[in-house]
Write a protein of this length. Structure first.
Lengths: 118, 118
C-alpha cells in the first residue's frame, strides 16, 4: 500500500481507521514497553514490573489485561503451590515487528535531528 | 535494524527510547489525523476542523502548535485584509511515511483478524 498516492475519500477513511486501530491497540504510554519487556521470553508479574521503569502494579495489571484481550499476551498459570503466574507474548505479537521497527527507525532519526539542531 | 535479534540491555533501552520518541510525537488521539488531513495540501484552520470528525477548536489549536514545534507543520500567514492563515505539512512530515504505512498495514490486518474471529 503506497500512502503517498492520493487516496479517494473512502480509501482515506479506511487508511485512517486502520492507523487508528493500530494506535488504539499499541498506543499510550506503556503497551509497547510491556511488549518489549516480554520479548526476551516469559516473565512473572514482578519481573515485568521491575523491567519497566515507573509503572505501578495497578497500571501494569490493567495493561496486561488489555494486551491479553487483544491477543498479544498469554497468561500461563502453573498449578502448583504456591501458584505461579507467567506472561508471554503470543505469535500474534510478532506481527507487530514491522511497526516496531519503523517506529524505532524513525524515532532514532528524529532524535538525531533534534540533537543536530540543538 | 532487525528487532527480532535479541538486543543487549543497552541496545534495548535505545530501541525503547526511539519508539518512545516516535510515539511521543505522533501518538495520542489526534496527531496522525491532523497530519493525514493535511496530506492533500495546505488548509485553513476551519477546513482542517471540518475534515476531522469530533475535534474541538481548542484541541486542534493545541495539536497544531505541537506539530509546528516538532517540525511537521508550517503556519503560513498571508498578509492581506482580513489576514488568512493556512497550515501545511513540511518536507519533514514526509519522513513519517514508512511509519504511517506500516501502521495502516498492520491495522488493516488486525481489523480483518477481529472480523474473522467474530
Amino acid at each position: 500500500m503506497d500512502i503517498d498516492t492520493r487516496p479517494t475519500t473512502e480509501q482515506c477513511t479506511g487508511l485512517l481507521n486502520s492507523m487508528g486501530d493500530a494506535l488504539y491497540v499499541i498506543g499510550g504510554k506503556w503497551k509497547l514497553r510491556v511488549i518489549v519487556a516480554l520479548r526476551g521470553g516469559h516473565k512473572r508479574f514482578n519481573e515485568i514490573q521491575r523491567a519497566i521503569d515507573g509503572i505501578s502494579a495497578r497500571v501494569l495489571s490493567s495493561e496486561l489485561k488489555e494486551l491479553e484481550l487483544n491477543g498479544f499476551v498469554k497468561r500461563i498459570v502453573h498449578a502448583q503451590t504456591p501458584v505461579i503466574v507467567e506472561y508471554q507474548l503470543t505469535g500474534y505479537a510478532d506481527t507487530l515487528s514491522p511497526v516496531l521497527t519503523s517506529l524505532a527507525d524513525w524515532g532514532a532519526m528524529h532524535r538525531d535531528k533534534l540533537r543536530r539542531e540543538r
